[in-house]
Design a binder for this molecule. Structure first.
Ligand code: TXA
Ligand code: MG
Length: 315
């Protein structure tokens, strides 16, 4: 059993970054912001460090992790890039797109990262804190969302602290994340792109950039993204979707011009709604109401990802 740590939240800066990189080199996980959600990052080449991520999150070890890199050269040392993969990376990296690619035999990655799959999920994030931590530690970083497995994802350092207090030594605090929902996960094949998790990079954007049809889900492939099977992003209270008004015992999360307890976007803007989604769920979960209701959110653009996360929260 792990000893209880005291968790320190540090404002992002040169000194905090240096300390965080030392912890990474020592095989310890550190919580760090990305443009999507805060991640719980550890050296992806060190099995002890990767095991510490699974243990801090209480995450089942058959659910593989995303590996974060600071540049294309690092990515190409870890996985094989087909021409389609190259096109998608050219277009969307750095940014909120994760590519599932064949892992190279000489990648040096801990096998725990892939959880037995012949592929690795790679992402080159846009956030300066995550990229600086990768550069400063000189390691590719495995990083799932920095929350206990199955609970609401963290978009602020306070969310990480509430979920992982005593389970991680350090949180790099750089304020609220800008995108608000996790990266799009896509597996590029020769003749199609499989969209494994909707996110800020939409199906239409993938289709346009790849010149190939995008199929939602895993197509003919046997192995489903394991994380997609579980109920995820779940508050501790029942969640009712497509609500137009609050019942007496409900906390209503609204959208656009409607009376509600908290509004994802009074201007009915889906990007703004994505950025405030998880914080609103955290607040609703902590409220006195016994149930949560959520207004209908349009499925345009990043709205598809919002609806995906809400469906899982309600499952
Ligand atoms: O925005 C994000 O992607 C955030 C930030 C921290 O970068 N990370 C994140 O990681 O959402 P996580 O662990 O919560 O989600 C990783 C997802 C899981 O659903 C997992 O099953 C899938 O990626 N995954 C990882 N490796 C895979 C692989 N080789 N094939 C298919 N799915 C994979
Ligand atoms: Mg997660």
């Amino acid at each position: 059993a792990n000893p209880a740590y005291s968790t320190r939240s540090c404002r992002y800066g040169a000194e905090a970054l240096r300390e965080a990189a030392l912890l990474i080199r020592a095989g310890e996980p550190v919580a760090v912001p990305t443009e999507t959600v805060y991640g719980l990052a550890a050296d992806a080449t060190d099995s002890h460090a990767v095991a510490a991520i699974y243990s801090a999150k209480g995450r089942p070890s058959f659910n593989p992790l995303i590996v974060h890199v600071s540049d294309r050269a690092m990515a190409e040392r870890l996985a094989d890039f087909s021409p389609v993969a190259m096109r998608l990376a050219d277009r969307f990296w750095p940014g909120p797109l994760t590519l599932v690619l064949p892992v190279r035999a000489d990648s040096g990655l801990s096998p725990l990262v892939m959880a037995g799959l012949p592929t690795v999920a790679l992402r080159l994030p846009a956030h300066p804190a995550m990229r600086a931590l990768i550069r400063e530690s000189g390691r590719p970083l495995a990083a799932p969302s920095a929350n206990r497995s199955g609970s609401i994802s963290p978009t602020r350092a306070e969310h990480v602290l509430a979920s992982l207090n005593g389970k991680v030594r350090m949180i790099l605090d750089e304020g609220p994340t800008s995108e608000g929902v996790e990266s799009t996960i896509a597996a590029p094949d020769a003749d199609e792109v499989r969209l494994l998790r909707p996110g800020p990079v939409t199906a239409a954007m993938l289709e346009e950039a790849s010149g190939l049809p995008v199929v939602v889900g895993n197509g003919a492939h046997k192995i489903e993204a394991p994380g997609q099977l579980e109920s995820h992003y779940a508050p501790s209270k029942p969640v009712r979707l497509n609500a137009l008004r609050a019942e007496k015992d409900e906390y209503l999360i609204g959208f656009g011009l409607m009376p509600c307890h908290i509004n994802l976007s009074p201007d009915a803007n889906v990007r703004e709604a994505a950025a405030s989604l998880f914080a609103a769920l955290h607040i609703a979960d902590a409220s006195a109401a016994v149930k949560i209701a959520v207004a209908p959110i349009p499925i345009e653009g990043i709205g598809a990802a919002i609806n995906d996360r809400l469906k899982r929260a309600a499952a």
